[in-house]
Design a protein around this ligand. Sequence first.
Ligand code: NAD
Length: 249
Amino acid sequence: MKLKGKVAIITGSASGIGRGIALAMAKEGAHIAIIDVNEEKGKATLAEVNQFTEGLLFIKDISVKENVNEIVAAVVTRFGKLDILVNNAHVSRQALFTETTQEHLDLSFGTGFYPTFHFMQAAYPELKKTKGKVINFASGAGLDGQVTQTSYAAAKEAIRAISRVAANEWGPEGINVNLISPIALTPGVEQWRDSAPQLYQEMLNKIPLRRLGDPEQDIGQVAVFLASDAANYITGQTIMVDGGSIKLR
Ligand SMILES: NC(=O)c1ccc[n+]([C@@H]2O[C@H](COP(=O)([O-])OP(=O)(O)OC[C@H]3O[C@@H](n4cnc5c(N)ncnc54)[C@H](O)[C@@H]3O)[C@@H](O)[C@H]2O)c1
């Protein structure tokens, strides 16, 4: 039980990687606040989490700042503390650079960058008390500047930038801030695969381990590690959990 008694907020945890992390952390004894806009899938994940530990479901849009503050307050009221913040949810649209619109940028920053920033600010006083852990999400699309990913890449690299700043500012207080840059088979990726099969195949061919990761076994286990005491001396890092696709130097 690597996270026994810990309390985690995980955004976008009704499905995909967020759900995988919720299950992996629940199996290690953490109480999980599931945050999502998808009520049906949220309830299903809550039922799964409740088999191992105590879950709390918020059907809330995290692009609304007031919701973020309400969620953090409600979690602390319910569980008395907050140890782990996982900023996982992110929605974006693909478009060539010259066809990228203000709406594309607003969607990507509105669902990815701003909620990450707002959750980190709202959670900071609680994380300071628990010497907590923040896990944010990066992407190879940002690191590598993949085609059609202008709005997504920009928001992801902005998330990496503020994560490094927070790691530097909050390190003396014992708060760790890291990122996972994943590749995993999730509903979001399945949608992308169906809309861009050629790009999907090209991506698969570039993964040295020749498969997409499993949300719980491959990504969830690394999130458990980063949230555990075993990672107390790691901060400000982007951890590549992508089958070897990108080697950071
Ligand atoms: N899957 C991959 O291969 C991959 C690759 C690189 C980066 N990532 C990153 O990993 C994270 C998870 O990816 P995924 O593939 O599981 O995503 P996904 O699209 O499959 O799931 C995202 C979840 O977030 C929820 N969500 C969306 N907007 C929301 C909002 N405004 N408020 C609350 N919930 C909201 C969705 O309902 C969904 O349950 C994201 O940050 C993504 O950018 C994933």
